[in-house]
Ligand binder design. Structure first.
Ligand SMILES: [Zn+2]
Ligand SMILES: [Zn+2]
Length: 326
């Protein structure tokens, strides 16, 4: 790659050209560059504090593997505890393969892993659950993942749930919400969202300023375990996908334009309207809800005759005890 191009810092063979930063970097300096970006985002946006517990949701894909690996590296220096969470959705082939990768990742970076197996706790996989309630797999999957991630973070008394969204993902979400003029949704796309005591743990996005290609190159060069396949339910040709193509061509002509937007958005977040929905406690499971029942308890009640949130929380508590993480 880039024959004869030398690292701007040390003069060794460059493996990456970072156009927006006018840098050419060798392997070592590229890895440091990405790690430093994450550390700076953590400090700049106040994402994690000393003594905090942080749960990172890992999927086996490049972004969450990059994130887990860098958060593990920084955990000693910044003084927080890190836990990995994998949700086995029961998607044939895909879920098992990713689960094995995540087990490998947990060993490589030396951080504990909690696995929540949806079939084990509900008796149904996510595709089976979606079929029962006659809803698209991706929408049911979103509800199940959000619920379990929050439940694990609450049970671990974590102060933050770290998500692997990269810069390109986030810019595309922002633009999509902008086209639909869902300004309240944009207000949730900053580097962090707030916690609601005992009900919901706030999310942080330490890859807020890391481009997708930087995240990919990072896992490859650092030999962090990951799988390149994406979920078989992902659809091409959606609006989000088209927006990404459009943004990539803009970035090509104006290097750094995505980065600039997200920096400015983080500064302007306060001026976006906040979602106005009233938040309450789910009658069945006790976690955050916007009505009587949370979305997870609603869906499971519809599919199985009873809301399953409380059972999932019990399952998670047992797992935490078994792993000796409490
Ligand atoms: Zn170098
Ligand atoms: Zn509930």
């Amino acid at each position: 790659m880039h024959q004869g191009v030398k690292c701007s810092i040390c003069g060794e063979k460059a493996v990456a050209i970072i156009r927006y930063a006018r840098l050419r970097l060798c392997k070592r300096h590229f890895l440091e560059f990405v790690e430093r970006k994450v550390e700076r985002a953590i400090r700049r946006y106040g994402l994690v504090g000393r003594g905090d517990r942080v749960v990172v949701a890992v999927s086996g894909g490049k972004d969450s593997s990059t994130l887990a690996s860098i958060l593990a590296k920084l955990s000693g220096k910044l003084g927080y505890k890190l836990y990995l969470l994998y949700i086995d959705l029961g998607i044939p082939v895909y879920s098992k393969a990713n689960r094995e990768k995540v087990v490998e990742l947990s060993k490589t970076i030396g951080k504990p892993l909690i696995v929540v197996d949806v079939k084990e706790v509900l008796g149904l996989t996510v595709p089976e659950l979606a079929f029962k309630v006659r809803r698209p797999v991706c929408s049911v999957c979103g509800v199940v993942k959000r619920y379990i991630m929050n439940a694990v973070a609450v049970e671990l008394k974590a102060s933050a749930l770290a998500m692997g969204h990269n810069l390109d993902d986030l810019v595309a979400y922002v633009l999509k919400e902008f086209f639909n003029q869902n300004l309240e949704q944009i207000s949730k796309l900053g580097p962090r969202t707030g916690s609601v005591e005992g009900l919901a743990v706030g999310r942080i996005r330490p890859l807020y300023e890391v481009y997708e290609r930087e995240s990919l190159l990072y896992v490859l060069l650092s030999r962090t375990p990951f799988l390149p396949d994406e979920c078989p339910h992902v659809r091409r040709g959606t609006m989000e996908f088209k927006i990404k193509e459009l943004l990539d061509s803009l970035e090509e002509s104006f290097p750094g334009i995505k980065f600039g937007l997200m920096r400015r958005l983080a500064k302007n977040l306060e001026s976006y309207p906040k979602p106005s929905q009233k938040l309450s406690r789910c009658k069945a499971c006790g976690l955050i809800a916007s009505g009587e029942l949370c979305s997870f308890c609603k869906i499971t009640k519809q599919a199985l005759g009873e809301p399953m949130g409380a059972r999932v929380r019990e399952y998670i508590r047992r797992k935490i005890l078994e792993l000796g993480l409490d």
